[in-house]
Write a protein that binds this ligand. Structure first.
Ligand SMILES: Nc1nc2c(c(=O)[nH]1)N[C@H]1C(S)=C(S)[C@@H](COP(=O)(O)OP(=O)(O)OC[C@H]3O[C@@H](n4cnc5c(=O)[nH]c(N)nc54)[C@H](O)[C@@H]3O)O[C@H]1N2
Ligand SMILES: Nc1nc2c(c(=O)[nH]1)N[C@H]1C(S)=C(S)[C@@H](COP(=O)(O)OP(=O)(O)OC[C@H]3O[C@@H](n4cnc5c(=O)[nH]c(N)nc54)[C@H](O)[C@@H]3O)O[C@H]1N2
Ligand code: SF4
Ligand SMILES: [Mo]
Length: 709
């Protein structure tokens, strides 16, 4: 690999300029479990090729169709290349060139500094809300890590909780196993039976697939539980299609059926778990018949699936993020996590649960972020954007600094988000790469670098390696990395605090400055050389619960005192979807209309809304689809290719009908992340049961032929 020349010219962010020719090691920063390691080929100072790292044990060479055209998308003609100030009213409709005027960095940061200083003097720092999303989940530039954290801690602004993705499942599992990291995903290759539960793994976690196929080659059956026959479900040996949001009931029914069939591991249960008797008692009402009725499946399916799960060990369950985006999402994850405890597979290699390995990384976030967030005046959840902007006082939010987030597309309640961002007394600065629908509401736009132009440390939530990404090329136009924007903002605010000027390398070194990383020799220098390293917290073979569970009792907790104290019951319980029972809704003119469960999950073409407005993606995607089963379409008088308005009493969006017999009855499916679609206009801004997660797939809609408007 090409080494950095210490005498090379410096970039605006203080890094030595990258070599003009060679191969530079990096990593994908997107919010995708796979956390790929990549190689950028640089020729004459230009990035000419991006490919997966063949030496990385999880990436194994290929990237994915979303990211393969990265370099072309990064050079899209719509890329924002200079700071801009609004000159037209906020809202959609105007091209960037008419809505904004270009300004210099000094002008932009001068204006931002004046605004922040005035707000702090008038209302206190809590009136400023740094709103970070998952556009880049790295630990230096990304929302997940300390981008800006030193400045925010110094100022004491409102804290920000990234609650939009997977928090409900994390909290749910914290009551049973004590950790969302249930096994090494690579060990799925040794599983005896595999369940993919509410995840479109082939599309959303494709680098796990070879490990799944490895187990299948040795005879492991693959069961997929999803209300939609996705590409992943299509490859399964058994596909179970429960009603949307009823997985908690299904898991309780399966648990009871396993116990009744006498196929549970009684010695594991006695030696390693607590609260089994209470759990068993709570399961009694969940007969196969009742379970089947709630979930809309055949009772025989429940009994036979229970036997299959306990049949050929060890049992590995890949739990999707999608299935916890429901009112009862936390409880569902909690219940499903009980199944490998019943089969005694948490102690066995190849068994357990795959959800997220993120908490194995154990970076020193406090050192890198200049302290913890405890000192912040309040903590605002990303998923409560509308409520936080419209109901908070003492003080109200007066300024938003958005980065790596696109709330007009990604947050629930699109109409509410638009109205809240239009508040005349709200100042909004957006650090972006592209002119998103959120940029339509920005007062100031600051141009950001992309991963191959910046320095970054990355984790993954599906493997156990840390990655370091070196800048391969200089930034285009006037784009700057987040870190440099925050350093310059501190200077513009006349804050004389040396730690706010720390370089990216110093921030990286601070993250890795723990006993665990030091003693394993994992330093910035070592990572710059190789690009990635196995986590010292989890050396292979990694059996997370071999020495006990990180719960208060040290055992797997079927019953939990802490869950009871925190209002979630001692034993897991089923919480039905928010809108269950609503089979018709009042349409226009008071007419009763059939309602459908709407699932808007990952698209094959983009990760959330990142790059979704580029020419490459637009040329591949056409119009947003609404997939519906032919029987339901016929009843609605809809044919393939018809435009349809999808609506409920919260909002509406337009899509094109795609007949798909893999979509269950009274269910419709589309994708998240489309630009200009507005699917989340129909989603409620309401907290799930645990961790303030969103309820994207807990949503009922009716259909109207688009010609009706
Ligand atoms: N290609 C691509 N990959 C991605 C992403 C992307 O946008 N595009 N996004 C990334 C991100 S941010 C995340 S968090 C992950 C998420 O990836 P996944 O964990 O796969 O989650 P989703 O895509 O939300 O939904 C997965 C599946 O859950 C199903 N589902 C919905 N409701 C229910 C239910 O009630 N029960 C059951 N059993 N299934 C249900 C949907 O039909 C869908 O097939 O993927 C990441 N990877
Ligand atoms: N209906 C429905 N809605 C969903 C979901 C669902 O399943 N269904 N899933 C939810 C999930 S799992 C998630 S994680 C959220 C994601 O929601 P958000 O956190 O809002 O993430 P994105 O929509 O991907 O927007 C990220 C923005 O970051 C920008 N960006 C990318 N890289 C960089 C960078 O390096 N620097 C800067 N400054 N900007 C960058 C992109 O251009 C993009 O506009 O969406 C949620 N929304
Ligand atoms: S989006 Fe996921 S699969 Fe694609 S390159 Fe990035 S980490 Fe790998
Ligand atoms: Mo996510």
């Amino acid at each position: 690999m090409t080494a950095t020349d210490p005498g090379a010219p410096r970039r605006p962010d203080g890094h030595p300029s990258p070599p003009r020719d060679g191969i530079v090691l990096g990593s994908c920063p997107l919010d995708c479990p796979d956390g790929c390691s990549w190689l950028v080929t640089v020729s004459d100072g230009r990035a000419v090729r991006l490919r997966g790292n063949p030496d990385h044990p999880f990436t194994r060479g290929g990237l994915c169709r979303k990211v393969n055209p990265w370099l072309t998308m990064a050079a899209d003609p719509s890329r924002i290349l200079e700071p801009m100030r609004r000159v037209a009213p906020k809202g959609p409709g105007l091209p960037v060139a008419e809505a904004f005027e270009p300004i210099t960095w000094d002008e932009a940061l001068g204006e931002l500094a004046t605004r922040f200083t005035d707000i702090i003097d008038r209302s206190g720092p809590a009136a400023i809300w740094p709103f970070a999303g998952t556009g880049n989940v790295g630990f230096i530039q990304g929302g997940a890590g300390p981008a800006g954290a030193r400045l925010w801690n110094h100022l004491g602004v409102s804290g920000h909780q990234i609650s939009i993705c997977s928090v409900s499942g994390h909290v749910g599992m914290s009551y049973t196993t004590g950790s969302a990291a249930g096994m090494d995903p690579e060990d799925v290759a040794g599983a005896g039976t595999i369940v993919i539960w509410g995840s479109n793994t082939l599309v959303t976690n494709r680098h796990l697939w070879p490990f799944i196929e490895g187990a299948r080659a040795d005879g492991a059956p693959l069961i997929v539980i999803d209300p939609v026959r996705t590409r992943t479900a299509d490859r399964a040996d058994i596909h179970i299609q429960p009603r949307v949001g009823t997985d908690g009931a299904l898991a309780l029914g399966l648990a009871r059926a396993m116990i009744d069939a006498g196929v549970v591991d009684t010695s594991f249960i006695a030696a390693r778990t607590t609260g089994y008797g209470e759990f068993d008692a709570a399961l009694r009402p969940w007969t196969p018949e009742r379970t089947a009725e709630v979930c809309g499946v055949n009772p025989a399916v429940v009994s036979s699936l229970a036997r299959t799960l306990a049949g050929r060990g060890p049992l590995a369950i890949k739990l999707g993020q999608g299935m916890q985006r429901h009112a009862g999402g936390g409880q569902t994850a909690r219940i499903v996590s009980c199944l490998p405890a019943l089969t005694g597979d948490y102690g066995r290699r190849g068994g357990g649960l795959v959800y997220s390995t993120a908490d194995r990384y154990r970076f020193d976030l406090e050192a890198a972020g200049g302290g913890g967030v405890e000192g912040r005046p309040r903590h605002l959840a990303m998923t409560n954007l509308v409520a936080n902007l419209t109901t908070l006082d003492d003080p109200p939010v007066e300024a938003l600094l958005v980065h790596g987030a696109n709330p007009v597309v990604s947050n629930p309640d699109t109409d509410g988000v638009r109205a809240a961002l239009s508040r005349p007394d709200l100042f909004t600065a957006v650090i972006e790469v592209f002119p998103t629908e959120t940029v339509d509401y920005a007062d100031l736009v600051l141009p950001s670098t992309l991963q191959h132009e910046q320095y970054e440390i990355n984790d993954s939530f599906s493997h156990l390696y840390v990655s370091l990404n070196r800048p391969a090329v200089d930034p285009p136009g006037q784009c700057l990395p987040h870190t440099e924007i925050f350093r310059r903002l501190a200077t513009a605010m006349a804050i004389d605090e040396p730690s706010l000027q720390a370089s990216d390398l110093e921030l990286a070194a601070a993250l890795l400055d723990t006993e665990e990383y030091r003693s394993a020799g994992i330093t910035v220098e070592a990572l710059e050389e190789r690009g990635w390293a196995r986590l010292p917290s989890s050396p292979a073979p990694w059996l997370p619960f071999a020495d006990g569970f990180p719960t208060p009792s040290g055992r797997f907790e079927f019953a939990s005192d802490r869950a009871e104290r925190e209002g979630h019951g001692r034993v897991p319980t089923y919480r039905p979807p928010t809108e269950s029972g609503r089979v018709t809704a009042g349409g226009p003119g008071g007419a009763e209309r059939t309602v459908y469960d709407l699932v808007a999950a990952a698209s094959d073409h983009h990760v959330n809304s990142v790059f979704a407005g580029t020419e490459v993606v637009r040329s591949r995607t056409g119009a947003p689809p609404l997939r519906i089963n032919p029987g339901d379409a016929e009843r609605e008088g809809l044919a393939d290719g018809d435009a349809v308005d999808v609506a409920n009493d919260r909002g509406r969006f337009r899509a094109v009908v795609r007949l798909d017999d893999g979509v269950g009855p009274r269910t419709v499916a589309t994708d998240k992340g489309w630009w200009g679609m507005g699917v989340n206009a129909t989603v409620r801004e309401v907290d799930s049961d645990m961790g303030r997660g969103a309820v994207f797939h807990d949503n009922r809609v009716w259909l109207e032929p688009a010609s009706g408007r």
